[in-house]
Design a protein around this ligand. Sequence first.
Ligand SMILES: [Zn+2]
Length: 84
Amino acid sequence: MPGWRAELRLADVAPEYEIEVECRRCHKSYMRWPEELMAIDAYKPLFMDQVQARLKCRDKHCSGKVKIALLYDHLVTSFIGGMP
Ligand SMILES: [Zn+2]
């Protein structure tokens, strides 16, 4: 089933959300702010699943594929569309 990542554009992520990037290989995780990623022109028009496919583990020796999640107030949220 296509998840929220295929329906949400990076450009539509509200700035108060944090993006948690977790490596599927070494399981390190780190946080990125949406505006950090939006600052990369090539990422701006992408849907989150495409962003996820382009991001790699921050560890240069690993460079594994990552999984991204949206956090709001440090809680993982599945999707935010249409919420007040
Ligand atoms: Zn890794």
